[in-house]
Design a protein around this ligand. Structure first.
Ligand SMILES: [Fe+2]
Ligand SMILES: [Fe+2]
Length: 139
């Protein structure tokens, strides 16, 4: 999937070797950048909300995927990792409401938060989990 340059700059350092997870990460980055670009262009709120809904769904599906891998291989950092996911889901709920009320500055701050969260989580928790899974999966 080609990623438009934007809010989240994709790079090989985000790869975990687990293809399904990497693909989902790329999709999330792509949707985040698309939403960011649409906002910059001043796209109608309706369009932004549709993109945000797609982003939210991609994130929730992705967390489900990672959590099922972690359960399957009894990853010892599972609870902590899941708590990080839950924190983002909570923040995303607030962002969804802000998008409904059309509060631009709040939405931009929220997207910035999601981008930073994603970068940090990918480079620390997902990287650690990825190393563990790659070994279990013989990758
Ligand atoms: Fe994760
Ligand atoms: Fe992840």
């Amino acid at each position: 999937m080609a990623i438009a340059a934007g809010l989240f700059v994709w790079g090989r350092h985000y790869l975990t070797k687990v293809e399904e997870i990497d693909h989902q990460h790329e999709e999330i980055a792509c949707l985040l950048n698309e939403l960011h670009a649409e906002r910059k262009k001043g796209a109608p709120l309706e369009q932004q909300r549709a993109l945000y809904a797609a982003l939210e769904k991609a994130v929730v599906d992705h967390f489900r995927t990672e959590e099922s891998y972690m359960r399957r291989f009894r990853y010892e950092g599972f609870e902590l990792h899941r708590a990080e996911h839950n924190a983002l889901v909570e923040r995303a709920l607030a962002l969804s409401k802000q998008l409904e009320t059309g509060d631009g500055a709040e939405v931009d701050a929220g997207l910035e938060y999601v981008k930073d969260w994603l970068r940090n989580h990918l480079l620390t928790s997902d990287r650690r989990m990825g190393r563990f899974l790659a070994e279990k999966l013989g990758l």
